[in-house]
Write a protein that binds this ligand. Structure first.
Ligand code: C2E
Ligand code: CA
Ligand code: CA
Length: 510
């Protein structure tokens, strides 16, 4: 190969090298451009991602905050009474359980007080539910103001409140003092809609008395004590005692027995005659309820009448008993040996209109003449609404029945009632008579009432006359008719006095 050839060859190689280098350079430039554009994209994507992350983080934080507020509110709703803002029943139970489990709190003494408003229903019924709610809020406020720091105040529902009094000490005194302080705070009128509304309550108190007491037991004990306060006449504090449990069990047993007794017609009419002084005859008889038990024992109304009333069975008892009494006394009225039959109508029965609704029907069923029936009513039955009372009494007298004011001398002994209402008879209570032999003032009072009745043309029956001398003193004071053990004790059988061969009434006193 000559030198020209070899120069040509070299030039050719050089060109190829240059051309490869050129391709490589262009490829590199292209790669770099691509890299740069990808980096930019990546950078932008990164930016967008960080913004998204920040937004997400913010939103998560916001939602967490909202959830926490909602949880707090739900917790509060579960623990707090919506109306009064104090603890509710569930939270009260938790707190009591926790406190009883805490040895330190137990050692310092824990007491539970159950508080029930007296006659709250009347406030709701007469002033409306809004006024009732206002009273409940006021009661909660007074409770909170009266307890000590650390005590728990709760509304258990309706008009029932509770307090856990802590650190009351082991002696009963501490808890009792607290209970009386609460009673004083609650038993004063509240101002609602610019009017004074009476407020009173009953309290039941039970003390844990050392560690190991269970919340349910403690609440049950306080509840029994509260029940005793209510039955004892309200506006009072009762501390739980073991005897209460036995008393309540007895009460429940008695109520079960009494319910059966009424349904089974074991309550029967007994009779006590009423003596007429000038004729020397028994002119009337009073029907007195007696429970003739299957074991043969006979119990007086004081042992069962309350239970009959609580059970709502008074109407049934009276109707069964009166059907029998009206049938038994009817023939004596018809043949003239008896002038009238006197029956007792309880205040609640009278006010619920029982006498007016049922007596005419009972008279019609038994054929007993209305003019021979005396309805005895006590003053307490008559004081509520004098106009309504007058209308109801007049409806009875319009049908021919007579009305006696029973137990005069007990309670208010309201003389103006005698003028305002249509009474035929006034029954002087035994308490006015029992001392007239020994106490001049008692005799003077009895004589005054006798005089007054004569002036008002109302006949008087003196009740509970037990001695010959009482009978003589009353006769001298102008009393025309009398009733009492001196003349006759109540008996089941009317023939004791009205059979042809019966013993005549005593006359030595007349
Ligand atoms: P009350 O209507 O004042 O009846 C008179 C009570 O005095 C009767 O008691 C009678 O047994 C009693 N008694 C009569 N004479 C004497 C006496 O000389 N000395 C003494 N210490 N007591 C005498 P009882 O039968 O225990 O009745 C008590 C109350 O129960 C009655 O008082 C009356 O309020 C009520 N009650 C009785 N039966 C009925 C009834 O059928 N229905 C209603 N709603 N209440 C009745
Ligand atoms: Ca009576
Ligand atoms: Ca009486």
């Amino acid at each position: 190969m000559n030198s020209a050839d070899s120069s040509l060859l070299l030039a050719d190689r050089l060109r190829r090298v240059e051309s490869r280098q050129d391709r490589e350079r262009r490829a590199r430039i292209e790669a770099e451009r691509l890299l740069e554009s990808k980096s930019l994209e990546l950078y932008e994507a990164n930016l967008a991602l960080s913004a998204l992350a920040a937004d997400l983080e913010r939103r998560v934080e916001e939602r967490t905050r909202e959830l926490s507020v909602e949880r707090q509110r739900a917790l509060q709703l579960a623990e707090v009474d919506a109306l009064t803002g104090i603890a509710n029943r569930a939270s009260f139970a938790h707190r009591l359980t926790d406190l009883l489990a805490d040895p330190q709190a137990s050692a310092q003494g824990i007491a539970v007080l159950l508080i029930d408003l007296d006659d709250f229903k009347t406030v709701n019924d007469t002033l409306g539910h809004a006024a009732g709610d206002t009273l409940l809020i006021e009661v909660a406020r007074r409770l909170v103001d009266t307890v000590r720091p650390g005590d728990v105040v709760a509304r258990l529902g309706g008009d029932e409140f509770a307090v856990i009094a802590c650190a009351v000490g082991s002696a009963r005194q501490g808890a009792v003092v607290m209970a009386h302080r609460l009673l004083r705070a609650l038993c004063r009128p509240a101002t609602i809609d610019a009017r004074l509304v009476p407020c009173s309550c009953s309290i039941g108190l039970a003390e844990a008395g050392g560690p190991g007491r269970n919340a349910d037991e403690l609440l049950r004990d306080a509840d029994l004590a509260l029940y005793a306060s209510k039955r004892g006449g309200r506006e009072r504090v009762t501390s739980f005692e073991v005897a209460l449990r036995a008393e309540l069990e007895q009460r429940a047993a008695l109520e079960a027995e009494v319910r059966h007794a009424v349904v089974d017609k074991q309550i029967e009419p007994w009779y006590q005659p009423i003596m007429h002084r000038s004729s020397g005859r028994f002119v009337g008889v009073e029907v007195l309820a007696r429970w003739h038990r299957p074991d043969g024992k006979v119990r007086a109304p004081a042992d069962f009448l309350d239970a009959v009333e609580v059970l709502g069975l008074l109407d049934t008892m009276m109707e069964n008993m009166l059907q029998r009494a009206l049938r038994e006394a009817g023939p004596l009225i018809a043949d003239g040996s008896l002038e009238y039959l006197s029956i007792n109508v309880s205040p609640s029965q009278f006010n619920q209109g029982w006498a007016l609704n049922r007596l005419p029907a009972l008279l019609a069923e038994t054929g007993f003449p209305a003019s021979a029936l005396v309805v005895e009513i006590t003053e307490t039955a008559l004081l509520q609404d004098i106009d309504r009372t007058r209308t109801m009494l007049s409806a009875l007298t319009d049908r021919g029945m007579r009305i006696a004011l029973d137990d005069f001398g007990v309670g208010y002994s309201n003389f103006s009632l005698l003028r305002q209402l249509p009474f035929d008879l006034l029954k002087l209570d035994r308490s006015l008579i029992c001392d007239i032999e020994t106490d001049k003032d008692a005799l003077a009072l009895a004589e005054c009432i006798l005089n007054l009745a004569v002036r008002l043309r109302i006949k008087v029956v003196a009740e509970g006359v037990e001695t010959q001398q009482q009978a003589a003193l009353l006769a001298a004071g102008g009393c025309a008719t009398m009733q009492g053990y001196w003349f006759a004790r109540p008996q089941r059988d009317l023939s004791t006095w009205f059979a042809p061969d019966a013993d005549p009434p005593p006359r030595a006193w007349a």
